[in-house]
Write a protein that binds this ligand. Structure first.
Ligand code: CA
Length: 247
């Protein structure tokens, strides 16, 4: 992170061990961190501390995360404050409701710390481009967006321009599944007519370029759904460093 002011993240999590872990990792990434352990405290700190982003647990005592989200969205000062919700696995309906209520993204517990940090960076890039990182790291992958260079496991990966844009899009939303149509819109543009099968061809080339020396395939094919930069690959490449929690 560069820039005059450190981006400021408010962590709202009632499990103190997870809150501490989040703070530790965020501070190490160069963020200024405030912690709230319930919804009321979260609303107070959102007003007082003016964070740039909130990581908000769904399951909080008394005032739920979803209610905190709704209230933040209803106030003029915090209406546009980016919110990433932490939700428990299997609560698809809740997650959709969370996005409806105005969360910008959600991440499912148990999550890998690197994936959360990548999501935070992606949101930061959208809202504060001046602070954005030109270099994105995910697992053993490094994408240098300014130099248009990609490295994996300390080796240069040569990609064509379309494969580069595909990887750049996937790495900004790690773990998320994109349909072929969504990838076409994001990479080729919605005004260009390209067959969905073209996506498969370029994903194939990207895979081939990335899968050197039998390293794990970072791209996951989700049958009849699309593609994702895989978080299982992520967890594997993190090995002992992973910080996974079910709190
Ligand atoms: Ca909780």
């Amino acid at each position: 992170m560069t820039g005059a002011k450190k981006p400021h993240v408010l962590v709202v999590e009632d499990e103190t061990s997870l809150a501490t872990l989040l703070r530790y990792n965020l501070e190490r990434e160069g963020y200024k961190v405030a912690e709230a352990h319930d919804g009321e405290e979260a609303l107070m700190l959102a007003d007082e501390d003016r964070p740039d982003l909130v990581v908000l647990d769904w399951a909080l005592p008394q005032l739920s995360g979803i209610e905190v989200c709704r209230r933040l969205r209803s106030r003029a000062e915090t209406r546009n404050l980016p919110i990433i919700m932490l939700t428990a696995r299997g609560e698809e309906a809740d997650r959709i409701r969370g996005l409806d209520t105005g969360a910008d993204d959600y991440i499912v517990k148990p999550f890998s710390m690197s994936e959360l940090l990548a999501r935070i960076r992606a949101v930061m890039r959208r809202i504060r481009p001046a602070l954005a990182d030109d270099v994105i790291e995910y697992g053993d992958l490094i994408v240098d967006r300014a130099a248009h260079r990609v490295r994996r496991a300390d080796r240069d990966i040569h990609l064509g321009p379309t494969e580069f844009r595909l990887l750049d899009h996937l790495i900004q939303h790690p773990g998320r599944v994109f349909s072929r149509e969504q990838l076409l819109d994001a990479v080729w543009g919605s005004d260009v007519y390209v067959e969905a099968r073209t996506v498969d061809v370029h994903i194939g080339r990207l895979r081939k370029a990335l899968n050197i020396d039998g390293l794990t395939d970072p791209i996951r094919t989700v049958r009849s759904a699309g593609y994702a930069l895989d978080d299982a690959y992520m967890r594997e490449s993190e090995r002992g460093l992973r910080a996974i929690t079910n709190a």
